[in-house]
Design a protein around this ligand. Structure first.
Ligand code: E4P
Length: 218
């Protein structure tokens, strides 16, 4: 399973990278705004900085919603760095843009996916990644993990190459359950990656080992 961090915060990206388990980054307009990144030049520059930190795919989202503009914006993003994956929303023009990019060798991440039918369409159009938002489904009392399982089944039935990027991860158990279901990638906040480290028996066990080691007089 690949680990992506879902943030535009450079310090957090660096921290996850330093842990040695990071495979990529996802961003979206809300995450960029949260970091106070505004203006086209600054936004493009920020994507380049992210690509310099992480050795892996970096999703950069278009804000256009009409085919021609999506293509123009996506091509500009893709030119920034070979790690850039163009993130496209699951709307009709988005599906057309995914197909266009796929035919022209530009990788895409189909975002805002909330149903198996949408995921099927994204794969048919040739998306490199599909991003089902399981946390947001859970937020409205719908089973986000069931969607991951359904997409896995459909993609395996037809050998689709589209990778399932479990998005909108809220906590470590989302990560573990997505791994059990065979999601190819998870993207979540730093806490969902760091949290995997933690177990109280590890802490108390280490404390005991270290206190017993004092008798070694090293
Ligand atoms: C995915 O690429 C999105 O950026 C993200 O996972 C959305 O997560 P949220 O529901 O926590 O905003």
């Amino acid at each position: 399973m690949k680990f992506f961090i879902d943030t535009a915060n450079l310090d957090q990206i660096q921290e996850a990278q330093d842990l040695g388990v990071l495979d990529g980054v996802t961003t979206n307009p809300s995450l960029m705004a949260k970091e106070g990144i505004t203006g086209k030049a600054n936004i493009l520059e920020h994507y380049k900085k992210i690509c310099e930190i992480v050795d892996g795919d970096v999703s950069a989202e278009v804000v256009a919603t009409e085919f021609d503009k999506m293509v123009e914006e996506g091509e500009e993003l893709a030119k920034l760095h070979d790690q850039i994956v163009v993130k496209i929303p699951m709307i009709k023009d988005g599906v057309k843009a995914i197909k266009y990019f796929s035919d022209n060798g530009i990788r895409t991440n189909c975002t805002l996916v909330f149903s198996a039918g949408q995921a099927l369409l994204a794969a048919k159009a040739g998306a490199a990644y599909v991003s089902p938002f399981l946390g947001r489904l859970d937020d409205i009392s719908t089973d986000g993990l069931q969607l991951i399982a359904d997409i896995r089944l459909i993609y395996d039935n037809y050998d689709f190459g589209t990778e399932i990027l479990a998005a909108s991860i809220r906590h470590t158990m989302h990560v573990v359950n997505c791994a059990k279901l065979g999601a190819d990638v998870m993207t979540g906040p730093l806490s969902s990656i760091d949290g995997l480290l933690k177990h109280p028996l590890t802490d108390s066990g280490l404390e005991k080992f270290l206190s017993d080691a004092k008798s070694f007089n090293l």
